[in-house]
Design a protein around this ligand. Structure first.
Ligand code: NAP
Length: 349
């Protein structure tokens, strides 16, 4: 896709950890230009460098540092807004922006289950974007990104659901500290420890896959009939959510057929050659000790999901391990890929 002029975008919640990651990943983006940054009233009016506690591993760009932080009010000049707002305020602010004609692409959980809002992983359910046309916001729209641990799971499940059908899934997560934002869990709690509870996470993992893997029919999503049981744990890893998965399939299949389904999987982002699309979205790793967060979270620039240790399961049919970068594929990178898909399909014109 040839691009001449970049599209201006704004970031709501630009000072938070997800907001900072947006700034990092959008720097030098071929299609999008960060034109405005917004956050709470406490930050508004300040220079970005004064309002933010920059915790990214790259230096803060001088132009961004000098930008004035604006209020999250729908009077911005950028019509495309990425939301990295705290869930306590995201619901109403995102709706106000959509009503005022802005296209909101959000990381927050608030609108994920609105009937007319796509819950999107571009490789999996790009057709759900059609829902935007039945939204009540006129020119505006809201599109959401799933929870960071859901994304890795559904990526691994999608080829199996398409080719063999899935009856039920059991998943146990080992989730990175960065998934809780900054500063996250106190160091005294997480060093030398595993915390077997992440508030609200198991409910999200049990429900979100059913909408994402559901099919669009008559202007709404018919949820997939898959039972998911999830247990979520916080572990002492900085980035990269690992998940051990057991799956019961509708058909008898061989291990080779499953690995082939993963390695050959690709979706609309690959077809459209979108800038953030990894060439191979699911990579099966043969090593018996793979995948590992430290070694594999950055595959495909953090956008590829790695899978390993596929073996037969005496309780379900098969079991395996999934790894995905929670702040890239699981949050900002995934959201940017949604924006690219929308741009390529003419939703941002
Ligand atoms: P965070 O660090 O707490 O940042 C929250 C942002 O919201 C800040 O920019 C804050 O601005 C802004 N904000 C708070 N109250 C506001 C208000 N009343 N009006 C306008 N802006 C307000 O949170 P985060 O970890 O970046 O997460 C952001 C969102 O992404 C959350 O909904 C979270 O659930 C979701 N998410 C997070 C992750 C992750 O890996 N952390 C992954 C996926 C999704 P000030 O600095 O001015 O207070």
């Amino acid at each position: 896709m040839s691009q001449t002029k970049k599209t201006n975008v704004a970031i709501l919640g630009a000072t938070g950890s997800v907001g900072q990651k947006f700034i990092e990943l959008l720097s030098n983006h071929p299609w999008f230009e960060i034109a405005e940054l917004a956050a709470s009233d406490k930050s508004a009016g300040k220079k970005y460098s004064e309002a933010v506690n920059w915790v990214m591993q790259t230096t803060l760009d001088k132009k961004i540092a000098a930008m004035e932080v604006l209020k999250c009010e729908p009077n911005l000049k950028s019509k495309i807004v990425f939301s990295a707002l705290d869930a306590s305020v995201a619901g109403t602010i995102e709706e106000d922006f959509a009503k005022a004609g802005y296209i909101v692409i959000s990381n927050a959980r608030n609108h994920r289950f609105d009937d007319d809002v796509p819950l999107m992983v571009p490789e999996i359910n790009s057709d759900h974007l059609e829902l935007v046309k039945v939204q009540k916001f006129g020119k505006g729209a809201i599109v959401t990104n799933p929870n960071c641990s859901t994304i890795g799971l559904v990526m691994a499940l999608k080829p199996l659901a398409d080719k063999f059908g899935i009856e039920s899934v059991n998943v146990v997560t080992m989730q990175a500290i960065s998934g809780g934002g900054y500063p996250g869990v106190p160091s005294m709690d997480i060093i030398d420890n595993v915390i077997p509870f992440i508030g609200g996470e198991e409910e999200k993992m049990e429900k979100e896959p059913r909408k994402i893997l559901g099919s669009l029919s008559g202007g709404k999503v018919e949820y997939a009939h898959i039972t998911v049981s999830a247990q979520c744990n916080r572990v002492s890893v900085i980035d990269g959510h690992m998940e051990v998965v057991q799956v019961k399939l509708k058909k008898k299949v061989s291990k080779e057929e499953i690995i082939e389904a993963w390695n050959n999987f690709s979706g609309e982002p690959q077809k459209l050659n979108l800038p953030f699309a990894p060439a191979q979205p699911i990579i099966y790793l043969e090593g018996e000790k793979y995948p590992q967060p430290k070694l594999h979270r950055n595959l495909g620039n953090g956008m590829a999901v790695s899978v390993g240790r596929l073996r037969e399961c005496p309780l379900f049919d098969y079991k395996f391990v999934v790894l995905s970068h929670n702040t890239v594929r699981g949050a900002t990178g995934g959201t940017i890929l949604i924006a690219e898909l929308m741009k390529a399909k003419g939703y941002l014109d």
